[in-house]
Design a protein around this ligand. Structure first.
Ligand code: ZN
Length: 144
């Protein structure tokens, strides 16, 4: 049964959803895919795709893939495993952050505790300003 993403807020300048506890992601079905929630539609993102994925213990993604134009950043949230990009294999653990170029052929396998990760996609070479160069301080008064 497909799991609905719980909307927290949807306003002119902000959308938020809750995917639930990390421990439950691997068993949930979001849309057509078990254990993977793609968030672009729910969040209304316009420059990136974000997904949260989870693999049960000792389970590989069913395919290797590359992208036409998007680089990806994977952030390991929980568990461990291994990632292969082209011919290179390396360990994943909580806190590991990996960038993969669009052309990199990537695959993931989880370790004995499973693996929960966040993946962000954005067009390679599209970022023109970041951090302090793009930030604008505003005079909004805190309401909490
Ligand atoms: Zn991908």
């Amino acid at each position: 049964m497909s799991q609905e993403l719980k909307s927290i807020i949807s306003s002119k300048n902000c959308q938020a959803v809750c995917v639930g506890p990390w421990a439950e992601i691997a068993q949930r079905v979001y849309g057509q895919v078990k254990g993977k929630a793609f968030l672009k539609e729910a969040l209304g993102t316009t420059g990136s795709e974000v997904s949260v994925g989870a693999l049960p213990a000792n389970t590989a993604l069913p395919f290797f893939h590359a992208h036409k134009q998007n680089e990806e950043v994977y952030v390991v949230l929980k568990g461990s495993g291994k990632m292969q990009v082209d011919e290179d294999v390396f360990d994943l653990q909580e806190g590991t952050v990996v960038r993969v170029s669009p052309q990199g052929s990537r695959g993931i396998i989880s370790g004995p505790q499973g693996l929960t990760y966040l993946c962000m996609q954005a067009k390679a070479g599209s970022l023109e300003e970041w951090t302090g160069d793009d930030a604008i301080l505003t005079k909004t008064l805190a309401k909490w």
